[in-house]
Design a protein around this ligand. Structure first.
Ligand code: NDP
Length: 313
């Protein structure tokens, strides 16, 4: 009989506070292209609770589900077709290569999970498991959006929601990797210092001012909160608006769902190892594995700073 492990499980769609329970379930088997990971830390994303509320029902695996996209942990078993990793490797990744391709039944809020090697990368050496787990989904979304918008060195960018999981990486990647000459962002009053500390040149207090009414316009506007079509008013003629929270948009806006790839994470790893880009962890965490419901309650307020992490698992 398969070894048992602790995992957060829901057997029906609904609000996590009602349907998500800590249970004992079998450790999953691996396919030839997968590794089994002992999860040390996981991070939460809005996609978890949205999935729980059946937003992605048509694309989802059958119930029950273990939620969780992001992890950092150690490889404890290797499938016969796996070439990149060996037992004992410390890795990180977003385990779902893309939502349209389907979402894994057994996610990262478990002691062990089976993961395809193509979505994993070796953990940045200088980071803790908590820090590494906070990176994949949000940073890959920031990276892919900026690549798709073709943000070029010397261009200007506005990102809404600079204190959030995706927004905090958009600020840092735009400055440190894409070479933006100016990054503006929106945040509430208490978070203005935080967004400046991670590289925003201009921090606009959205509780006092409407950014779209300011005279300055940007080459790229990245909407990390769901503020389309206001964002369209802030873009220059010929510029692009990146949208990640709604999908029916018209040019100059475009929307996308991220693709998780180990090779994309590998491009980011050196920036974390040099300290040029930093993981931002919500100060209320890391949350203990037994406190996942409190962690989701905080995420669902929409007020998190950076990423909410669960550790140790
Ligand atoms: P978070 O929960 O991390 O965002 C929370 C942050 O949003 C808080 O810091 C909050 O700051 C800020 N915020 C909320 N309202 C506003 C506002 N009106 N103006 C400025 N800031 C605001 O979310 P994520 O960053 O993880 O995700 C953002 C959205 O993107 C979600 O809808 C998510 O589902 C989606 N997403 C889509 C992806 C895709 O592939 N298409 C991938 C990843 C995420 P404050 O307290 O100051 O308001």
């Amino acid at each position: 009989m398969a070894q048992l492990q602790k995992a957060w499980v829901y057997k029906e769609y609904g609000n996590f506070q009602e349907v998500l329970k800590l249970e004992e379930i079998p450790v999953p088997d691996i396919t030839p292209d997968e590794v089994l990971i002992k999860v040390h830390a996981a991070a939460l994303n809005p996609a978890d609770w949205k999935r729980g509320l059946a937003y992605f029902k048509d694309l989802d695996s059958p119930l029950p589900h273990v939620p969780g996209f992001d992890l950092a942990g150690v490889v404890v078993k290797v499938g016969s077709q796996v070439h990149k990793f060996k037992e004992g490797d410390e890795v990180y990744g977003d385990i779902n290569s893309s939502i349209p391709e389907g979402i894994k039944q057994w996610g990262t809020l478990a002691q062990y999970t089976a993961v395809e090697e193509k979505v994993l990368a070796l953990k940045p050496k200088n980071l803790t498991y908590e820090e590494a787990a906070s990176i994949p989904l949000a940073a890959l979304t920031a990276q892919e959006g900026l690549e798709r918008a073709d943000l070029k060195k010397g261009q200007t960018l506005l990102v809404t929601g600079g204190a959030g999981g995706v927004g905090s990486f958009v600020i840092q990647l735009a400055k440190e990797i894409f070479g933006a000459s100016l990054v503006s962002t929106t945040a509430s009053t208490k978070k203005l210092d935080i967004v400046k500390s991670i590289g925003a040149d201009v921090a606009i207090d959205y509780t006092k001012e409407n950014y779209e009414e300011r005279p300055e316009k940007y080459d790229v506007v990245y909407d990390a909160i769901g503020d389309y079509p206001k964002c369209v008013k802030a873009v220059k003629d010929g510029g692009k608006v990146v949208v990640i929270s709604v999908f029916e948009v018209d040019p100059p806006a475009f929307a996308f769902l991220l693709t998780s790839k180990g090779e994309s994470l590998e491009k980011l790893t050196p920036y974390f190892e040099s300290g040029k880009v930093k993981p931002i962890l919500d100060p209320s965490g890391p949350y203990k594995f037994s406190d996942v419901l409190q962690a989701f309650a905080h995420l669902e307020t929409g007020r998190a700073i950076g990423k909410i992490v669960i550790s140790p698992i």
